[in-house]
Design a protein around this ligand. Structure first.
Ligand SMILES: Cc1cc2nc3c(=O)[nH]c(=O)nc-3n(C[C@H](O)[C@H](O)[C@H](O)COP(=O)(O)OP(=O)(O)OC[C@H]3O[C@@H](n4cnc5c(N)ncnc54)[C@H](O)[C@@H]3O)c2cc1C
Length: 299
């Protein structure tokens, strides 16, 4: 079945963009900032927070990185002007990390500075493992100057527990997720349960240190274990939040919200939606199966 699903994903990659968009749109606010603003407004009305992401990654040159930084500045401005309960997430390579570390530092620093003036926060997403060290260097340098910036930890990486022990010393604000990229077995756990165990072990270490964490998962098992841990450790509500991706497990999202916990939705928008959508599909190829069935009228 897994093989079949993978095959379906490969097939979907051959489809024209207009067809891929039909099933991608559940994961994306739209192509324009206005779409993201409207979507965040509707989430906020339900008591749900957001983090907005301008889609784009692995830019080819500094001009593209400058352009994406300008779009991020517009997001911060829009959050302020519309009184949205939202912050900003960025991909370091989108800000030029893969091109020039110093340049990317200047770029992200400008964003964090702007966010600070607006009493807002910037989350640095974590990309694939070739970026991990450089991303932590970027974060640590920013942390020397700012306290409105946070980073992401991926529980599939074997190094992550040690990273957290180190980053706890900086009172780091974390997002904890499993990790989405395909990594080699030498550096990443491949067993589903092992990734979960590492997730809980890391979560406990963060909470023990009294640092803030965004518990980013749609895995009911992990959400239940997190609930237990929070209760056992008597963690105050201002030390954590739950986080989910737009369009995924809205039933669980609403449950967490009605349980009285803070929940934040990752809201991507922009013209560069294709790669992001394919990653979502790779994670849940059953969706691809439904698409193919719908396309060909198979019952
Ligand atoms: C807010 C947020 C930010 C993230 N930021 C990063 C980041 O910076 N770096 C990074 O590497 N990863 C990031 N991720 C992705 C994360 O690492 C996982 O790949 C992703 O969340 C799936 O893992 P899971 O814990 O939800 O568990 P899974 O076991 O993968 O999913 C649990 C259940 O959720 C549902 N589900 C999961 N994915 C989908 C989908 N695409 N469509 C429909 N249903 C689905 C399914 O029912 C599935 O059984 C982020 C995730 C979230 C929620």
């Amino acid at each position: 079945m897994q093989f079949l699903n993978k095959l379906i994903v490969s097939f979907v990659k051959l489809l024209p963009n207009s067809i891929v968009w039909l099933f991608s749109k559940r994961y994306i606010a739209g192509e324009n900032l206005e779409d993201a603003v409207n979507l965040v407004k509707s989430l906020n009305e339900k008591g749900i927070c957001a983090t907005i992401d301008v889609l784009g990654e692995a830019i080819k040159n500094k001009d593209e990185a400058l352009e994406d930084k300008s779009k991020c500045l517009e997001v911060l401005e829009a959050i302020k002007n519309n009184n949205l309960i939202a912050n900003l997430s960025i991909k370091p390579t989108q800000m030029g990390l893969g091109l020039d570390e110093e340049f990317s530092y200047q770029q992200v620093s400008e964003l964090v500075e702007n966010a600070k003036e607006m009493n807002n926060f910037l989350r640095i997403d974590m990309e694939d493992s070739p970026q991990t060290d450089a991303t932590f260097r970027l974060y640590k340098r920013l942390r020397e100057k700012f306290n409105n910036v946070g980073v992401v930890i991926q529980s599939y990486l074997k190094r992550s527990y040690n990273d957290v022990v180190e980053l706890n010393k900086l009172n780091t604000n974390y997002r904890l997720c499993k990790g989405i990229y395909i990594e080699p077995a030498e550096i990443a756990y491949k067993d589903r349960q092992k990734v979960r165990e590492n997730y809980i072990k890391i979560l406990e270490e963060i909470l023990k240190a009294g640092n803030y964490v965004g518990i980013a998962t749609h895995d009911e098992y992990l959400i239940n274990e997190s609930y237990k841990l929070i209760k056992e450790m008597n963690i105050p509500k201002d030390k954590f939040e739950f986080q989910m991706l737009l369009g995924v497990r809205e039933d669980l999202r609403d449950k967490i919200n009605s349980d009285g916990y803070k929940i934040r939705i990752y809201v991507p928008f922009g013209k560069d939606w294709y790669k992001y959508s394919i990653r979502r599909l790779q994670e849940n190829p059953q969706i691809a199966g439904h698409i193919v069935k719908n396309l060909f009228g198979i019952k």
